[in-house]
Design a protein around this ligand. Structure first.
Ligand SMILES: Cc1cc2nc3c(=O)[nH]c(=O)nc-3n(C[C@H](O)[C@H](O)[C@H](O)COP(=O)(O)OP(=O)(O)OC[C@H]3O[C@@H](n4cnc5c(N)ncnc54)[C@H](O)[C@@H]3O)c2cc1C
Length: 425
């Protein structure tokens, strides 16, 4: 066995093995660049939530020839989602085939399954190294390149690279050390989430649990999103107002389960069978917004949540991290041909292409948060009318579905909103 050298040389070092990093490495792999991906997690373990791969993400996977492989892993294919009110009455069915997206469906997956798939595809490239249990610590930049320091198994190691990519999430250390100006703001409300494993023989389960339709129940100051990621796995998210667990469970977990059971009959019993009669078993998922003035500097570039964490109401974070990678890959590849250090100037086309898209998604997500999370009776009535109106107006459906699909962001104009209200009242 040979000892590992103390300073290794790579073209690219990436802090964080999120979906952005894995997508970027998959795009760059055929070009032969030496890439080191560091992640502090010991493995790609389940993160206790399901996520939607929108048509944008599907088109990227298709470009990487990985879409068919993803379809062979556990998933649920959604052609539409239902939006219902707090009493379970249908407000709108949002169908992907009404939009301009490249695919008329989305896939609901468990994120770690998709991460495994992308990582497996890298394993045949010996010039790409993925190291878990590796905590990125520090970096410095000079004309010779980027010197990154990380810790693994109690040992401090160094890497010399030509660019450092920060895909280390919303609390990015790369961003902090690079002193990239901007704001990191928590949203006032968060979510509680958990997954339910159905029994192997599900024939005795109520249809509302068995069927895999995706249902968003929006009531006054309440949201319940219930969906499937495989034949036996269901996920749900519940709004946690003001992030106050004590208040949320003040009448006991039983009262919460009963309320949800009125919307999805059979939910309470299935939840209890999955240990959710204990409030501690509900995982809190906090939500942050990262809004930066710039995403790169000499030798450093940010992707994914590190650059633009957003509210999950738009169901886009994973998809936009993948799009960052698709846009950035050819820009990095060109820049690597021109010297030992990738300069900010060479990365500017990435910022110019991506920041405006993300700004409009942030605006949309903030507006959705104000309207969807509201308990104000007037806002709730207007929201319900707007959902009904959008459902009845094909041109507005097209805008909503295209935007959620991710390939083009088409927010509703003030006139669109008046039309939606008019059609829904
Ligand atoms: C409730 C909820 C629901 C969501 N639903 C959806 C959805 O339906 N569709 C969708 O597209 N998106 C969704 N998202 C958003 C999505 O999860 C994120 O946007 C996406 O995972 C971000 O990917 P990323 O590549 O930025 O990396 P991240 O997933 O943020 O990963 C960052 C990685 O960096 C590692 N790391 C951090 N610091 C260090 C360090 N110092 N050294 C080494 N490694 C480090 C971490 O271990 C982690 O593996 C949702 C988010 C939430 C909270």
């Amino acid at each position: 066995m040979t000892a590992e050298p103390r300073i290794e040389a790579f073209d690219i070092v990436i802090s964080g093995a999120g979906i952005g990093a894995l997508t970027l490495a998959n795009y760059l792999a055929p070009m032969g660049f030496r890439i080191l991906i560091l992640d502090r997690r010991p493995a790609f373990d389940p993160v206790h939530r399901g996520e939607l791969v929108q048509p944008l993400g599907l088109s990227i996977l298709d470009e990487l020839s990985l879409l068919e492989d993803l379809k062979r892993t556990p998933h649920t294919l959604y052609k539409s989602f239902d939006f219902l009110d707090g009493r379970g009455r249908l407000l709108m069915r949002s169908s992907y085939d009404r939009g301009e997206a490249p695919y008329p469906y989305a896939l609901a997956i468990e994120p770690h399954q998709m991460d495994h798939l992308l990582a497996r595809n890298l394993s045949s490239h010996s010039h790409i190294v993925l190291r878990h249990e590796s905590d990125f610590r520090d970096f410095s930049v000079d004309a010779a390149g980027v010197r990154a320091t990380y810790e693994r198994g109690g040992e401090v190691r160094q890497v010399l690279a030509r660019i450092l990519v920060g895909d280390d999430g919303r609390h990015s250390r790369v961003r902090e050390l690079a002193r990239i100006p901007g704001t990191l703001t928590p949203y006032k409300d968060s979510y509680l989430g958990a997954s339910l494993l159905l029994p192997e023989d599900s024939s005795s389960l109520p249809p509302a649990i068995r069927e895999s339709s995706g249902r968003y129940f929006l009531g006054p100051r309440s949201i319940f999103f219930f969906f499937s990621v495989s034949e036996r796995r269901r996920f749900f998210l519940i709004l946690l107002p003001e992030r106050d667990r004590n208040k949320f469970f003040s009448n006991g977990v039983e009262a919460v389960l009963e309320r949800l059971d009125r919307l999805v009959p059979g939910f309470a019993e299935t939840a209890k069978e999955n240990g959710l009669d204990n409030p501690e078993k509900f995982t809190e998922l906090s939500v942050w917004k990262v809004d930066l003035e710039r995403w790169c500097d000499d030798g450093v570039v940010l992707i994914g949540d590190a650059a633009h964490a957003m509210n999950p109401h738009v169901a886009q974070g994973r998809n936009q991290a993948m799009e960052d990678a698709r846009v950035l890959a050819p820009i990095i590849a060109r820049a690597l041909l021109s010297g030992p250090l990738v300069r900010r100037e060479a990365l500017l086309p990435y910022e110019r292409a991506r920041i405006p898209v993300i700004r409009s998604l942030h605006r949309l997500a903030d507006e959705m948060t104000r309207v969807w999370n509201s308990g104000n009776p007037l806002v709730v009535r207007a929201r319900e009318a707007a959902f009904r109106g959008i459902g009845r107006t094909p041109s507005l459906q097209r805008k909503i579905v295209t935007t959620i699909g991710g390939s083009r962001i088409l927010p509703l104009t003030p006139w669109d909103k008046i039309r939606a209200l008019g059609a829904g009242l």
